[in-house]
Design a protein around this ligand. Structure first.
Ligand SMILES: [Zn+2]
Length: 326
């Protein structure tokens, strides 16, 4: 049954599993240069050891699910960098392997064994939207232009999805999907390719009421509800102040498990390529909010851009109700 591992993990975690925090954010904090068309995925070529280090830090912080470094890793992106097809596919597999290795190493570590709070984490293979690949701001507007079709989107996603699924992650995580057409394409593709790894589809929103494109969540949830391949739906990289309302909305419209991992509340200026320094929420209130998201019915909770291992440590403590030092 799709998602049995997820159900088990959520149960073991006490009703709410902890997802990791911003991957690219922490990679940058460790000194990686992610100002690149491949964004964090550039490190698959240049600094794979840092990728593993970020995964380790989130595991130590208490993450029950870690998300791979493949968000902006695409075959056309790697080919444009001068790599061969074989190498591009190899890097996609590497992104999953690095996360699996980190998970397995952490599970064997003395630190993990010394604290009952840790669960054996699941690895989710990240798949960013077509807009993330375009890197032209459409990731947050959902406007892919008049020429785009469901078929074109499926063709964009097809090979990467096949390769990532073949690397045996526990989950596939479609992240920050900004419009309905892409949700439709992903659901169709999961069926067509008969992907056996359970998926989650998370949307992004800038107003808390709609997808980034302005389309309704309701229409997208109907599409997703019809698919057995999708175990989890939710939102990510969305301002945290909208999340509680979104969960309550989703609860009325789907039976699937709900995942939320908002950003810190700062705003990404796609044109200037920087985070606007909006003083919004401290880490303390992020974990206070996380508790409310749990009460509202989310089953998986973490953070996205601009959240860090210390955010996740605080979230894990708040949700799992343990006070042990870790
Ligand atoms: Zn994000």
């Amino acid at each position: 049954m799709a998602g049995a591992a997820v159900e088990e993990l959520v149960k073991k975690a006490g009703g709410c599993a902890v997802i990791d925090g911003g991957f690219a954010t922490q990679l940058e904090a460790l000194g990686a240069d992610i100002n690149d068309p491949l964004w964090s995925a550039a490190c698959l070529i240049t600094k794979p050891h840092l990728i593993k280090e970020v995964h380790m830090q989130y595991l130590e912080a208490g993450a029950d699910v870690i998300i791979s470094s493949s968000y902006q890793a695409t075959i056309p992106g790697f080919l444009a960098r001068g790599l061969l097809m074989e190498e591009a596919e190899g890097l996609l597999r590497t992104s999953v392997q690095l996360a699996l290795e980190a998970r397995d190493e952490f599970w064997k570590s003395a630190l993990r064994k010394s604290k009952p709070v840790y669960n054996r984490a699941l690895v989710a293979a990240s798949v960013g939207s077509y807009g993330a690949y375009l890197a032209d701001g459409s990731e947050y507007s959902g406007s892919y232009g008049d020429d785009i079709t469901v078929e074109k989107l499926k063709d964009f996603h097809r090979r990467r999805l096949q390769v990532l699924a073949s690397a045996r992650p526990d989950l596939v995580a479609f992240e920050a999907i900004p419009n309905k057409m892409e949700a439709q394409a992903l659901v169709e593709l999961l069926e067509e390719e008969d992907i056996q790894v359970p998926s989650w589809i998370c949307f992004s929103s800038v107003d808390g009421k709609h997808l980034c494109s302005g389309e309704s969540f309701e229409d997208c949830l109907q599409i997703i509800n019809a698919s057995e391949k999708v175990a989890i739906v939710g939102v990510n990289c969305t301002p945290p102040q909208f999340v509680e309302g979104i969960i309550r909305d989703f609860k009325k419209q789907t039976q699937k498990a709900i995942a939320v991992y908002p950003n810190s509340g700062e705003v990404w200026d796609g044109r200037a390529k920087r985070w606007l320094p909006v003083e919004c929420f401290g880490r303390k209130s992020f974990d206070v909010m996380a508790k409310r998201w749990q009460e509202a019915g989310a089953s998986l909770i973490g953070g996205c851009c601009r959240t860090t291992p210390s955010t996740i440590r605080a979230v894990s403590k708040a949700l799992k109700g343990r006070t042990g030092h870790y």
